[in-house]
Design a binder for this molecule. Structure first.
Ligand code: MRU
Length: 368
């Protein structure tokens, strides 16, 4: 899959299919995101426990990608199980799902994907002629369907979101909400890709995103891969670039969106949103419907992952901070809905009040 686009009179090709994760006969193959941008190495997960490790250690990361990775983990576990009966296999699949669900708490896509695999298991089991093999085959097909659906959702978000992008100028993004955070194309970066493909002359400003540096390492790598002009900013530079008039819009992804429109995303997103409001710059969130959690009333109820202190105290194995100093490392923050100009989903663009627009959009989908 490759899209052509013109920028400053030059023709580029979007090589959109960065192989973030892939189902293979031997297991699930992941592009190791901890090694990017300096090395393009792959990790083969041969068991569901390998998949859980790959998610916990952030070899794969980004809400939609970890959701589909977990679904593939369930499918892989079912495939390699030695269970002899449907009941035995079902019990094992439930245990595997618990292990996968315990990897990262904030991105709701993980739980959505595991829940969808569990519903599929129930549907497969309830068939009169259900066998261990039919369940295995059905779960593998479901995980692969979710992979395809994720790419299609990103493309649809791109189509809806492109129209919101400026025709020319700087767009700021935080963390990596690109092909690397999804099964391909990306959410926030998908919107940027689609806008560029339609002829918008965009220059992306990528926040470095301390401490894991998803912006500096991953967003920069991914956009350069496609030839989209990109500049990396340290996290403390956004205010000055906004004031200098370089940023015309902000677009970020999300890990979980509560029923009132509060958005959990990578730590630092909240600060960017407040700055955008102060400078009257639109702040857009692009996320698939699987990121929307209508069962969580507000952002206050979203569990925020606390990661190891070593991510802050060290970089590249080198200690940066004095031994024994206090460290906090919340991996996400919550941006209150009042800062969000619009939420871009594969079902369309939502505007405030989000408590109503999210509910309405869900009701329309249920009716359809
Ligand atoms: O800790 P990470 O790298 O998994 O966090 C990722 C983010 O916060 C992304 O912005 C979010 O998942 C949206 S991905 C399309």
């Amino acid at each position: 899959m490759a899209d052509q686009y013109l920028s400053n009179g030059k023709r580029f090709t979007l090589k959109v299919m960065i192989p973030t994760l892939e189902w293979t006969d031997e297991g699930v193959r992941f592009l190791d995101q901890t090694r990017l941008p300096l090395e393009e190495k792959y990790v083969l997960a041969r068991s569901y426990r390998d998949v859980a490790d790959v998610i916990s250690t952030m070899v794969v990361r980004g809400a939609p990608a970890i959701g589909v990775a977990a679904a593939m983990g369930v499918a892989l576990g079912a495939k390699s199980s030695s269970a002899k009966t449907v009941d035995e296999l079902s019990r094992e699949v439930r245990e595997m799902s618990e292990v996968l669900a315990a990897t990262r708490p904030t991105a709701v896509n993980l739980f959505w994907a595991i829940q969808r695999m569990s519903a599929k298991l129930d549907a497969l089991r309830s068939k009169k002629d259900a066998t261990v093999d039919s369940i295995r085959t059905g779960l593998i097909a479901e995980a692969q369907r979710m992979y395809e659906e994720d790419i299609a959702a990103c493309k649809a978000m791109g189509d809806f979101g492109a129209e919101l992008m400026p025709s020319k100028g700087g767009v700021l993004t935080h963390c990596n909400a690109g092909a690397l955070a999804t099964c391909g194309y990306g959410t926030a970066l998908g919107v940027i890709r689609s806008a560029v493909a339609r002829g918008h002359e965009l220059h992306v400003y990528a926040d470095e995103t301390r401490p894991f540096l998803q912006g500096a390492r991953l967003t920069a790598w991914e956009l350069m891969h496609d030839g989209i002009p990109t500049t990396v900013l340290c996290d403390n530079m956004a205010a000055s670039r906004m004031r200098a008039g370089k940023i015309k819009a902000v677009v970020v992804g999300a890990d979980r969106i509560a029923a009132n429109g509060d958005v959990a995303n990578k730590i630092g997103t909240y600060g960017v949103a407040v700055l955008a409001k102060e400078h009257e710059i639109p702040f857009y969130v692009a996320a698939p419907w699987s990121t929307i959690d209508l069962n969580t009333a507000t952002g206050d109820a979203i569990p925020i992952e606390e990661r190891a202190a070593v991510e802050v105290t060290h970089h590249g194995g080198k200690q940066l901070t004095p031994h024994g100093v206090g460290i906090e490392n919340p991996a996400f923050d919550v941006t209150p809905a009042k800062y969000v100009t619009a939420i871009i989903t594969e079902r369309g663009v939502l505007r405030a009040p989000y408590a109503e627009s999210l509910k309405q959009m869900e009701a329309l989908a249920v009716e359809a």
